[in-house]
Design a protein around this ligand. Structure first.
Ligand code: SAH
Length: 211
């Protein structure tokens, strides 16, 4: 069920849905998604669907992971990426297989610890994980990121994240306007921030801060 053939079938499907970045497709073929879900769900890991990971959270649908990763690559190869919402760590693993430095924060401690263990087992050494509220961005850091990706839907764009976006940087996030959610791409260009609304999407909501 986790054979190369089922993985190839998923890649063909992603391609049909408009994922055309060869690097993204290659990494989606290689990263073992079945190791990021409960054993009982492993046989469904290469279906193009979100799956439960406990704590009311989900592992994102492969198409969404590929789509967001492709958006992050639109303006060339960035140096650093910050992810809000590590969850099971699958999107983190995909990012770490492409980008030099990946930072990811998760607000549910049990998920953070589990992702940390999995990513260490896969020897992904270019990842730094923190258990914290991502609406504050990466804590205690004046550093700015070339790319920021949020994997839960927000109703307001956290200011701290905008502040941590580098010049020329791209941030992608599902934005919830109270009616529906839209994948939104924010670019910090020479003339300031530019926001683009893309596909309609369905994400779990961003959780409020820890205190
Ligand atoms: N990136 C994951 C998707 C996980 S679902 C994947 O690869 O499938 C979204 C995740 O965001 C959940 O794990 C949830 O706990 C986390 N999250 C929600 N609100 C958050 C917040 N304020 N700060 C950090 N993480 C948050």
């Amino acid at each position: 069920m986790t054979s190369q053939r089922t993985r190839d079938r998923l890649i063909a499907r992603l391609r049909r849905q408009g994922i055309n970045n060869a690097q993204v497709l290659d990494v989606m073929r290689r990263v073992p998604r079945h190791l990021f879900v409960d054993e009982a769900l492993a046989h469904r890991a290469y279906e193009d669907t979100a799956l439960p990971i406990g704590y009311g959270q989900t592992i994102s649908q492969p198409f969404i992971v590929a789509y967001m990763t492709q958006l992050l690559l639109e303006d060339g190869m960035p140096g650093s990426v910050l992810e809000i919402g590590t969850g099971c760590g699958y999107q983190t693993a995909v990012l770490a297989s492409i980008f030099p430095q990946v930072y990811s924060v998760e607000r549910i401690e049990a998920l953070h610890l589990q992702a940390k263990k999995r990513l260490a087992e896969l020897e992904m050494h270019n990842v730094q994980l923190r258990y914290t509220d991502g609406t504050g961005g990466w804590p205690n850091l004046s550093y700015r990121f070339d790319r920021i990706i949020m994997t839960a839907a927000c109703t307001e764009i956290p200011e701290a994240l905008v502040a941590q976006l580098n010049d020329g940087g791209i941030m992608v996030l599902p934005f919830d306007n109270g009616i529906d959610q839209t994948m939104t791409k924010i670019t910090r260009g020479k003339d300031g921030l530019v926001s683009e609304e893309l596909e309609k999407v369905a994400f779990v909501p961003l959780l409020p801060g820890l205190n």
